[in-house]
Design a protein around this ligand. Structure first.
Ligand code: DQA
Length: 149
């Protein structure tokens, strides 16, 4: 039996559902619906099954992560602003034995100082940031490699 569930949870934090209102120089020109379509088509091309979720609530994200821990579901997570301060999300990521990849559309290290800290990175297998929507494509490729090990 495989150690991980075959479905990958792609979990997204606050304000990513309103990419249409955010700075296109930072986050690119795809709106949320287009990003979801893009992630689904990248997954399909790689032969991966994904469930894409977004929430503005730290509670909901924490509960989704607890569910993933329970079901051994691999996770690609863009915790958005929670990246920088949510110990609850960090602790929930730590519960997951399947691979976890952190992604960001922008490169937080090239932005304001408060974005230079990720409390999630230390409990993820790795982080991919700064490639716009392609960060998700690269994360799916990395996940596929981790799962086929
Ligand atoms: C983000 C970067 C975070 O600093 C920011 O709060 C976001 C999006 C990104 O994808 O680039 O909301 O996670």
């Amino acid at each position: 039996m495989s150690a991980s569930n075959s479905k990958i949870l792609v979990l997204n934090g606050p304000n990513l559902n309103r990419l249409d209102l955010r700075d296109t120089n930072t986050y690119g020109s795809m709106n949320w619906e287009q990003l979801v379509t893009f992630i689904n088509s990248c997954a399909k091309e790689l032969g991966l099954e994904v469930e894409v979720k977004q929430s503005n609530s730290e509670t909901e994200i924490t509960e989704s992560l607890q569910g993933a821990a329970q079901s051994h579901t691999p996770v690609i997570i863009n915790p958005a602003a929670f990246t920088h301060y949510s110990y609850a999300i960090r602790d929930a990521v730590e519960l997951i034995k399947a691979p976890v990849i952190e992604v960001h559309l922008s490169n937080p290290m090239a932005r304001e100082e408060f974005r230079h800290t990720s409390v999630v990175s230390g409990v993820a297998n790795g982080t991919i940031a700064g490639f716009g929507p392609n960060s998700y494509h690269l994360a799916l490729i990395a996940m596929s490699k981790l799962l086929s090990k």
